[in-house]
Design a protein around this ligand. Structure first.
Ligand SMILES: *[C@@H]1O[C@H](CO)[C@@H](O)[C@H](O)[C@H]1NC(C)=O
Ligand SMILES: *[C@@H]1O[C@H](CO)[C@@H](O)[C@H](O)[C@H]1NC(C)=O
Ligand SMILES: *[C@@H]1O[C@H](CO)[C@@H](O)[C@H](O)[C@H]1NC(C)=O
Ligand SMILES: *[C@@H]1O[C@H](CO)[C@@H](O)[C@H](O)[C@H]1NC(C)=O
Ligand SMILES: *[C@@H]1O[C@H](CO)[C@@H](O)[C@H](O)[C@H]1NC(C)=O
Ligand SMILES: *[C@@H]1O[C@H](CO)[C@@H](O)[C@H](O)[C@H]1NC(C)=O
Length: 471
């Protein structure tokens, strides 16, 4: 391809914000993507999880600890610590994305997941005290736990927050203490924002006692079917902690409709919480695995974006930092670049910087087709790398004639400009993004005495930002 473009830079995110401004509608292919699952296996919870290579995977809150090859979600009996009125959480630090959407619009896809864990609730003084209080598998907006969530609150809520929709919390509780709202002291429950379970099922009818005298390990399968919006929980006696997991039973102990999208955050954290009260037991999780729908934030994400009329495709997820470069037609690089462009540029935040055309050519491996990320009515986007800057870039080459391309460029600059407009700030707010997250750096380039370039560079936070916008 000859140097027949001049430049423009903009960001995909910005285009996505204003589909109408730049769109070239293509036929929507709703839900056409094949969704893959991502799988994780955790445990045995040995020192790798506390001081080794896996130490950053879990967040351990309050009275919890990873100790003796287990998640001690509440403290174990070793030492002289009181076991009364404790609560703890151990959560994965990585959140999971629970539904897919495009530009703020839900596209109908909820994640499904299967998770399996082995736990036990061990009564120390089983001959003297009744068990207390319980342990839960939790989906929550953060791993931070509320104060005073011991006792009946299972590390989930406290007397102030219990029942509030703002908790955005769904849990499967294994409850060994009867409160006045509980059916008994040995039940499983589906908790939505509250320890007052939406559904609770006494386990005695299955012949199960969560915390019997002596040691009993349990295998639990929690399966969420995002397509039919249903949750299933299966439970089986697990003969020993380290052996292979028993067969999953065919009949669930609990089954309920559940629309996670209506209840929790799109990006939610998974983990365990537990508490003791006046009565106590040890709450240990010994193994855990999970398989969950992976919504790709890549090219196919963008082909979804194309549905709403957008043409640029960039696998941003994998890109730590992104640069977008636009070219427009063949303008000789004279001392006088287009005053309209320079004027608009000057009105934008950031420090202009220059790139040579050959640098971009090199970055994209001579605009190699293999680097092509997407194509639309206005141009072709290539992936590239700027080695010096250690930046992944997207280079857009405008295919329309110079005048139209200049117009396209300017209208996109205007869009960028609008980022500072208070209305846009509000729009961004809708995406829970604060404008300060975005550092936009505009760069004017003079390409080989041929082209003007501009690019907009997003800072470190760009990916989150983009993903949030794409959501
Ligand atoms: C992903 O997991 C779900 C169950 O959670 C299963 O129905 C689906 O077939 C899996 N998809 C792939 C591509 O493995
Ligand atoms: C922890 O357990 C894993 C799996 O059994 C093992 O590969 C690893 O070496 C163990 N690490 C430590 C520090 O014991
Ligand atoms: C634990 O408690 C015992 C008896 O109450 C006491 O003798 C011992 O010093 C305590 N140990 C620690 C480490 O506090
Ligand atoms: C535990 O909490 C209960 C209820 O809040 C309280 O009555 C009891 O005194 C507490 N016990 C201890 C040892 O803190
Ligand atoms: C409940 O937790 C919230 C958040 O941590 C806290 O602000 C509130 O004070 C707590 N309520 C009680 C009664 O401790
Ligand atoms: C989790 O463990 C269960 C029981 O061993 C097994 O059936 C399932 O395939 C495992 N899932 C993953 C993602 O490893």
């Amino acid at each position: 391809m000859g140097p027949r473009w001049s430049l423009l830079i903009t960001a995909v995110t910005i285009l996505l914000l204003f589909p109408a401004a730049t769109s070239q509608p293509e036929t929507p292919k709703k839900n056409s993507r094949v969704l893959l699952n991502e799988s994780y296996v955790y445990g045995p919870f040995n020192d790798s999880y506390t001081s080794g290579s896996l130490r950053d995977i879990f967040d351990v809150e309050n009275d919890a600890a990873i100790h003796l090859n287990a998640f001690q979600v509440t403290p174990d009996s070793a030492g002289n610590i009181s076991l009364v009125n404790k609560s703890g959480r151990i959560f994965l630090k990585k959140p999971f994305k629970l539904w897919d959407d495009i530009n703020g619009e839900f596209n109908g896809k909820l994640a499904s997941f299967n998770t399996c864990f082995i736990f036990n609730a061990f009564r120390i003084k089983n001959d003297i005290t009744p068990p207390g209080e319980g342990i839960a598998f939790v989906i929550a907006p953060s791993f931070a736990m509320p104060f005073n969530s011991y006792g009946q609150y299972l590390g989930l809520t406290n007397s102030t927050t219990d029942g509030k929709a703002t908790n955005k919390l769904v849990a499967i509780e294994f409850d060994t203490t009867k409160q006045d709202f509980d059916p008994d002291n040995n039940h499983i429950g589906l908790d939505i924002n509250s320890v007052r379970s939406k559904v609770s099922v006494p386990l005695s009818k299955f012949g199960f006692e969560i915390a019997p005298e002596g040691t009993q390990f349990w295998a639990i399968w929690v399966e969420y079917d995002g397509e039919h919006k249903e949750i299933y929980v299966y439970m089986a006696k697990q003969p020993d902690r380290d052996g292979p997991t028993v067969e999953k039973p065919t009949i669930p102990v609990l089954r309920s409709s559940l629309d996670l999208k209506e209840l929790v955050n799109q990006n939610s954290y998974f983990g365990f919480s537990a508490s003791t009260g006046v009565n106590y037991e040890l709450h240990c999780v010994l193994k855990w695995n999970i398989s969950i729908t992976a919504f790709p934030e890549d090219k196919s994400k963008f082909s979804n974006a194309i549905k709403i009329g957008l043409i640029i495709g960039v696998p941003l997820i994998v890109i730590g930092s992104a640069v977008f470069v636009y070219f427009i037609s063949k303008k000789k690089c004279s001392d006088t670049s287009d005053p309209q462009i320079t004027g608009t540029l000057k009105s934008l935040p950031g420090t202009p910087r220059e790139f040579r055309y050959k640098e971009l050519k090199k970055a994209t491996n001579k605009f190699d087709n293999k680097n092509k990320l997407g194509q639309g009515g206005y141009g072709v986007v290539y992936k590239g790398t700027l080695p010096k800057e250690n930046l992944e870039v997207a280079v857009k080459m405008f295919s329309r004639d110079k005048m139209k391309s200049t117009h396209d460029f300017l209208s996109e600059l205007t869009i960028i400009n609008r980022l500072r407009h208070k209305n846009l700030v509000r729009l961004l707010g809708k995406f829970s993004i604060s404008l300060s997250l975005i550092s936009i750096e505009l760069i004017t380039l003079c390409l080989n005495h041929v082209l003007d370039h501009i690019y907009v560079r997003f800072g470190r936070t760009s990916i989150t930002f983009m993903m949030t916008l794409l959501n």
